[in-house]
Design a protein around this ligand. Structure first.
Ligand code: SAH
Ligand code: SF4
Length: 384
């Protein structure tokens, strides 16, 4: 029998597991605290657990993190870890310290199936979903490493953003228990407002997240119209802008914050013209979605063939949005010297050429599909 990794459970799951061992619920809470609050992995260390329980656990369970392949620290304090998830795949997590908070950027998948043009992970193609334990392991490791590294007793990570590799809402089943563990007062105790899921727009799963585990939501918009978004974020062909904006509006009801963050990656000559800003303003007005914009200067990587918008153009774009009453920020890039910035996370330690070929093939197929499909599929078609 293979041992069960307890990082795979939220508190409910751990309680059910402990019940299966004939143990009371409060034992699960104690165990959960040892693992997540104290960073313990050795059952013998868990001194307030009955010896009999420690013995049982040693026979059937483990607390196993992910092996760290590399750790890089930027001159600005940003730290990036590459974790081995087996079979030649690796995923990255990035810690970004700021004056009033510590943010961990967490991965949800090895690779990504959405295939956005400007994203290095997207160019890699999709390997597999991470398990709940593999998502939580990034936080478990980083939090307890950082406490030791910085010599701190109290919590270091105050915010989590699901903005690493992968599309979190295409790994929904593993994501939700991971989010619950992040939020649980017996684990990391993060506020719902400080845990952000970032999505390229998986509309049905946005509704489910709102119902099951509402946290802050960021939506990767990147284009103000369907034609351009179809090209940059291929998922738009399935869930076009009108549906995406309606889903954002619905999400605001259960959301812990009263706005959605729209992320917009600034690509030279592609989506950064005044006309695009005007279209965005119109889109926001007609949809009535309360929002903030976060403009991200594109972080280039060779295979993309795309170029970062010049800083003055980003500023001019931001001003147009701000003048229309939309709160707009321009994201500072952090960890530039260690390639830890958005969209530069690439964990494929296998043959990258093959991945690039797969991507090129997929894009050709997609282009053909676009030419034969109506530009705005009906709701029924898009849901398929
Ligand atoms: N899959 C999710 C979350 C991971 S990507 C999503 O797409 O939202 C996190 C953010 O980084 C997204 O807004 C994404 O569009 C952006 N991003 C991806 N590649 C980038 C790049 N090369 N430069 C700047 N931002 C990028
Ligand atoms: Fe996937 Fe997000 Fe990258 Fe698009 S931007 S390919 S959805 S990780």
């Amino acid at each position: 029998m293979t041992a069960t990794n307890l990082l795979d459970f939220d508190l409910e799951g751990l309680a059910a597991f402990c019940e299966g061992l004939g143990e009371k619920r409060f034992r699960a809470t104690q165990l959960f605290r040892w693992i997540h609050q104290r960073g313990a992995s050795d059952f013998e260390q868990m001194s307030d657990l009955a010896k009999s329980l420690r013995g049982k656990l040693a026979g059937c369970a483990t607390v196993t993190g992910l092996p760290v392949l590399t750790q890089q620290e930027s001159t600005d304090g940003t730290i990036k870890w590459l974790f081995n998830v087996g079979n030649g795949d690796a995923v990255e997590a990035v810690f970004i310290p700021e004056e009033d908070r510590g943010t961990l950027c967490v991965s949800s998948q090895a690779g990504c199936a959405v295939g956005c043009r400007f994203c290095s992970t997207g160019h890699q193609g999709f390997s597999r979903n991470l398990s709940t334990g593999e998502i939580v392991a990034q936080l478990w490791f980083a939090e307890h490493f950082l406490r030791r590294h910085l010599g701190r007793d109290e919590r270091v990570i105050s915010n989590v953003v699901m903005m690493g590799m992968g599309e979190p809402l295409q790994n929904y089943g593993a994501l939700v228990p991971a989010l619950r563990t992040m939020l649980d007062d017996n684990a990391y105790g993060l506020s719902r407002r400080r845990v952000t899921v970032s999505t390229s727009g998986v509309v049905p799963m946005m509704d489910r997240l709102g119902a099951d585990c509402p946290v802050a939501l960021a939506v990767s918009l990147h284009a103000p119209n369907d034609a351009l978004r179809d090209d940059l974020v291929p998922l738009n062909r399935k869930y076009p802008l009108a549906e995406l904006m309606s889903a954002c509006k619905r999400y605001l009801e259960p959301a812990p914050r009263d706005f959605i963050t729209f992320e917009y990656c600034m690509l030279d000559g592609v989506n950064d013209q005044p006309e695009h800003a005007r279209q965005l303003i119109e889109l926001v007005r007609t949809s009535g979605v309360s929002c903030k914009f976060n403009l991200i200067p594109f972080n280039p990587f060779p295979a993309s063939g795309l170029v970062r918008s010049p800083a003055p153009r980003v500023q001019a774009f931001a001003r147009l949005l701000a003048d229309a009453g939309i709160v707009t920020t321009v994201r500072k890039t952090r960890g530039d010297d260690i390639d830890a910035a958005c969209g530069q996370l690439a964990g494929d330690v296998k043959d990258r050429t093959r991945a690039a070929e797969r991507m090129a093939q997929r894009r050709t197929v997609m282009m053909r599909k676009v030419q034969t499909e109506p530009e705005h599929p009906t709701v029924g078609e898009a849901a398929r």
